[in-house]
Write a protein of this length. Structure first.
Lengths: 226, 253
């Protein structure tokens, strides 16, 4: 067995462990929280009072206009100066959540607005309240359109979590760095790290295809995702 | 009894309804006719309050809401009044993510909180009535326009509304598909469903309406029994409009 292969096999458990323990939870948690933030932000933009909508625009502007790495450094290394000390994992979780929230709010706003006004009116005409119309009529239609762009956000997020290495979260990439520090085999190890990311995002892409297929069951009326 | 009193509605600077009063005979069909832009649709949408009038009063049975330019509108009262109505739209507006049956059960389950088996039994009866029982499990995208409109009629009737509001129910349909919708509406009329119907379709209005209201530029020009308004209109404007409806028209007009 070539030396590089045995090195890869030896390092794999540590890398997978870091992936399962940190990369995957960080990705899933920040995605779920981020979508929640994004949904509220989208509602504020579409239906909220003007000051709230303006605040949300400001939030999206800041997050989209500054590098994610800088945001993470601000949260982890910067906030302690004003007395807010966070562990690495929660700091990363906050950073990624805010990030996903800003990007997904634009997607969610667009897909909610893409449901025709007539659908709201039809829902109201059957006696529904705003919340009922949103939950039963608008959201199901909007979520179907949202799957491809939100999947994109999700897959980017998996890879972006590698930035958490810079604020000491012992996730997949940082685990790779650690092994490199003792073995001096950056080429082999970083290829292996890249391969693990590739496998994870490929699995997620195939999941996306399955979700799309399930949501497209009603006759392909949009044409787009069917 | 369904009544409107002195309804005023403007969009920006455009006054669409200039003080409309009318009452709809219970158990009968009242047709709203008039040229495009006369305010028919807006008037209809003021009855179920999809549009809120700036002033006037809307009454359905004992429920009534008065609107004043400065007054705040009680959302619960609006909802209560709207729930006495059902509406069908020019473009059907079926919920595309629900089957025909689910379109009909949706309000029964969500709004009225009926148990599923009761709602489905009611929905199947209504689909039977509009001749769509065989398509209960079809998606709207796989139905023709006439079929979609018939499902929409069943959906509107599901919560047993006091009045069925019909906004140009046949205008988006080819003539042969319009016939099946006219037949369903005529059947409902025979059964005594109260309807208020905005329409361009003279055949529809003449076949099923007892009363006709002719609206032009936001005002009621003439109102009365269908035979009289169509057969011997009193006003010149009505005469011209009725003649234009009778004359052969280009498609889609």
């Amino acid at each position: 067995m070539p030396a590089w292969l045995s090195l890869m096999i030896e390092s794999l458990p540590a890398l997978l462990w870091a992936c399962i323990l940190f990369t995957v939870p960080l990705t899933f948690l920040s995605f779920v929280f981020g979508i929640g933030v994004g949904f509220l932000a989208a509602l504020a933009r579409l239906f909220g009072p003007a000051p709230l909508a303006a605040f949300v625009r400001f939030y999206v502007w800041i997050i989209r206009g500054t590098p994610l790495l800088v945001q993470l450094f601000l949260i982890f290394y910067g906030l302690p100066s004003v007395g807010i000390v966070l562990d690495a994992f929660p700091a990363a979780l906050i950073g990624f959540t805010l990030n996903v929230g800003a990007y997904s709010s634009e997607i969610i706003r667009a897909v909610l607005a893409s449901v025709p006004r007539g659908q709201w009116e039809a829902a109201y005409s059957t006696g529904m309240t705003w919340a009922q119309a949103m939950r039963r009529i608008v959201l199901p239609q909007a979520s179907r359109i949202a799957v491809p762009p939100l999947s994109n956000t999700f897959i980017s997020l998996v890879k972006d979590t590698s930035l958490a290495a810079a604020i000491t979260v012992p996730e997949l990439f940082r685990a790779g760095q650690r092994i490199v520090a003792t073995t001096y085999e950056p080429l082999v190890l970083y290829i292996e790290v890249a391969l693990v990311y590739l496998v994870v995002s490929s699995v997620l892409s195939s999941l996306q295809a399955r979700v799309e297929k399930r949501l497209s069951r009603y006759g392909g009326y949009l044409g787009a995702a069917s | 009894m369904i009544g409107l009193e002195d309804i005023h509605k403007s969009f920006e600077d455009l006054e669409v309804l200039k003080g409309i009063s009318l009452s709809v005979r219970e158990g009968g069909v009242t047709a709203l006719i008039g040229p495009s832009g006369s305010g028919k649709s807006t008037l209809l949408r003021c009855v179920n309050l999809l549009e809120l009038p700036q002033s006037g009063r809307v009454r359905i049975d004992e429920a009534s809401i008065a609107f004043t330019p400065a007054g705040k509108v009680d959302r619960r009262a609006v909802l209560a009044l709207r729930r006495k109505t059902g509406m069908i739209f020019q473009n059907f507006q079926l919920f595309p993510h629900l089957t025909a049956l689910e379109n009909v059960t949706e309000a029964l389950l969500t709004v009225l909180g009926w148990p599923r088996d009761r709602a489905e039994a009611r929905a199947r009866d209504l689909l039977e009535k509009v001749g769509m029982a065989a398509k209960a499990d079809a998606w709207p995208a796989n139905l023709s326009g006439g079929q979609q409109q018939r499902v929409a009629i069943a959906r509107a009737l599901a919560p047993s509304p006091k009045v069925l509001l019909c906004d140009e129910p046949t205008s988006a349909l080819d003539p042969e598909l319009a016939i099946e919708v006219v037949e369903v509406l005529a059947q409902l009329a025979r059964e005594g469903t109260t309807m208020l119907m905005a329409t361009h379709d003279l055949r529809l209005a003449a076949t099923i309406a007892q009363d006709v209201v002719f609206l032009d530029r936001g005002e009621i020009v003439e109102a009365g029994p269908a035979r009289q308004v169509f057969g011997a209109p009193a006003r010149d404007r009505t005469k011209r409009f009725v003649a234009s409806l009778t004359a052969p028209q280009p498609q889609g007009g």
